[in-house]
Design a protein around this ligand. Structure first.
Ligand code: 8YV
Length: 312
């Protein structure tokens, strides 16, 4: 009998078909179907596929007594309770490596768009305003001081790209990394003070919540820019909005938000902000590779083989 899988994330259509060929696939219950789902389906669910930014809540896990594996279609596992997984004995997998380049590309793109004011420039041309005068001067993107918060796979890929921009690269992690030539700063405030562009690329966890706060933004200063491609929870969004409105930092490029997909109107109103709808890994190629890894983890689990990319 094929195992019952609950699909909470979208995969490419061909991958959802592949999943349906191998498993009995269920989608989340709509309003009015919840009682039937809990009674008839939930007790049979052995696997869950979910997104990195959505994860799975413990209330849903509590409804799934037969749960054996949560396959995250993403690298971040901050929205899955790993202690609960260990205690209950189900596996957790993610999709590292395959999305690193895309997320690093987006970090650099946001930095470039922000410094060179590309969103405003595009609007300027479309509105026909070029006919009446020149576009205001932007800020150089090359040759700056780049600070990277978190130097895991994605942080390193961002640094590798920024090496091509000249300038200085520094980073902040809990302990210094031995194999990189970049300057180390033990605190985020010190890193921000030494940076023109502060790029957030750290894992989200209770200990990194709001690690970029008002003090860090003030250390970054009125000519500094913030880029966040990690998780919204790492940045105190209220403090960020205040700093942007008061000109205590120059701008922000954001792919992630504290309550996404809800984006505060205050950020939408600001012209010194570039906004993206959490698209770090959202290319056809990378989503394909991520989906393949999700399928490979599920196949391995149900065949009793070692998991390709286990977290728990
Ligand atoms: C995805 C992500 O947007 O990898 C992650 O942790 O947040 C992103 O790659 C998400 O997982 C898609 O479901």
């Amino acid at each position: 009998m094929p195992a019952d899988i609950l699909l909470l994330s979208t995969l490419l259509p061909a991958q959802e078909r592949a999943l349906e060929q191998r498993f009995t696939v269920h989608r989340p219950a709509g309003n009015g179907e919840k009682a039937a789902f809990q009674r008839d389906v939930a007790p049979r669910i052995r696997g869950v596929v979910t997104g990195g930014s959505t994860g799975i809540g413990n209330d849903l896990v509590a409804q799934l007594p037969a749960l054996e594996i949560v396959a995250i279609n993403g690298v971040g596992f901050d929205k899955v309770d790993l202690d609960l997984a260990r205690a209950r004995g189900y596996r957790v997998t993610n999709t590292p490596d395959v999305l690193t380049d895309d997320v690093a590309d987006l970090a650099v793109a946001l930095m470039l768009m922000l410094s060179r004011r590309l969103v405003s420039a595009d609007r300027f041309v479309r509105a026909g305003r070029w006919l009446n005068g020149e576009f205001p001067l932007a800020t150089r993107a090359s040759g700056r001081r780049y600070g990277i918060l978190g130097l895991g796979r994605i942080g390193r890929a961002i640094a590798a790209r920024l090496e091509g921009f000249g300038g200085e690269i520094a980073y902040c992690t809990r302990t210094p990394v031995s194999d990189v030539p970049y300057a180390y700063h033990p605190t985020v405030t010190e890193l921000a003070a030494a940076s023109d562009v502060l790029i957030v690329a750290a894992n989200a966890s209770p200990s990194t919540r709001h690690i970029v706060d008002a003090a860090v933004l003030d250390a970054l200063g009125p000519t500094g820019a913030l880029v966040n491609i990690a998780r919204g929870s790492l940045v105190d969004e209220h403090a960020l909005i205040d700093a942007l409105i008061e000109g205590r930092i120059a701008g922000a490029g954001l792919d992630v938000f504290e309550a996404e997909p809800k984006v505060p109107q205050a950020l939408i109103n600001l012209s010194n902000v570039v906004l993206a709808p959490h698209v770090g890994s959202a290319t056809a190629e990378t989503r394909g590779a991520m989906g393949d890894l999700v399928l490979a983890n599920l196949d391995a689990h149900f065949a009793g083989e070692p998991l390709p990319t286990p977290v728990v």
